[in-house]
Design a binder for this molecule. Structure first.
Ligand code: DGT
Length: 225
């Protein structure tokens, strides 16, 4: 009985946590921006600026320039910065996060392993860390919003936004990342899905996407106190 009370109390005190997932360029930032208008939602954008400047080192750039040399370093840092977001305290009843420690492991690390960019020992170290973190730190996810897109659409968007590090990313990379997201979040045949998934058609352009957002808005707003 006492244990039940403690559990109920700790559930009450942590935010309802939503992670926003999908391929590169699918519109995660736009989705997050839509929810900025609610001041009782804690919106956490991906820490890409940290990845570009880790004590002066552009790890994202290094990873794209020489993936064999830098993938382990980059993924180690991604895992740390994602953990920082998962565990960041907030008084808001809802936390909305761009990506998660899960997509880093299940999509990006998985792809690097398959491409031979992470040696087996390096992949084992990342995975040991990942498993330990899941078991020993408060990484809680209550809902996943999957922005489902086609590789052709996101490739075009990525080229248009012209991020310097992504200049040489080929469409095949996005096709393979898409397949991993699909297996993980849509077909649910890859690894483990840590929460229920709401899927949104992210191929729609900016003028009609808000209607899609409205579909999942109640799932998020119902949790606001
Ligand atoms: P959006 O708003 O949907 O256009 O989102 P993006 O494309 O700004 O954000 P995201 O997370 O899909 O990708 C940002 C960049 O960082 C992109 O070049 C892929 C890379 N990235 C993100 N997470 C990881 C990761 O865990 N590992 C690797 N290798 N790259 C990652």
């Amino acid at each position: 009985m006492a244990n039940n009370l403690i559990c109920a109390e700790s559930r009450k005190s942590r935010p309802f946590t939503v992670i926003v997932e999908g391929n590169i360029g699918c519109g995660k930032t736009t989705f997050l921006n839509y929810f900025q208008k609610y001041n009782n939602i804690c919106v956490l954008s991906e820490p890409i600026e940290l990845w570009r400047d880790c004590r002066g080192h552009n790890l994202l750039g290094h990873m794209y320039e020489d993936p064999k040399k830098w993938s382990f370093t980059f993924q180690s840092y991604v895992q740390l910065t994602m953990l920082q977001h998962h565990t960041l305290p907030t008084n808001c009843p809802v936390k909305l996060m761009e990506r998660s420690i899960y997509s880093a492991r299940y999509c990006f690390v998985e792809k690097m392993k398959r491409d031979g960019l992470l040696s087996k020992p390096s992949a084992a170290v990342i995975d040991q860390w990942f498993q330990w973190l899941l078991q020993n730190t408060p990484i809680n996810v209550d809902l996943i919003v999957y922005l489902r897109s086609s590789p052709e659409v996101v490739y075009e968007r990525m080229m248009k936004r012209n991020r310097s590090e992504e200049k040489s990313v080929p469409i095949e990379y996005l096709e393979q990342l898409n397949e991993l997201h699909e297996q993980w979040l849509y077909h649910k045949t890859l690894y483990h899905c840590p929460a229920p998934v709401v899927t949104i058609d992210a191929n729609l352009d900016i003028s009609s996407i808000e209607e899609e957002y409205e579909k999942c808005e109640p799932h998020i707003l119902n949790k606001l106190a």
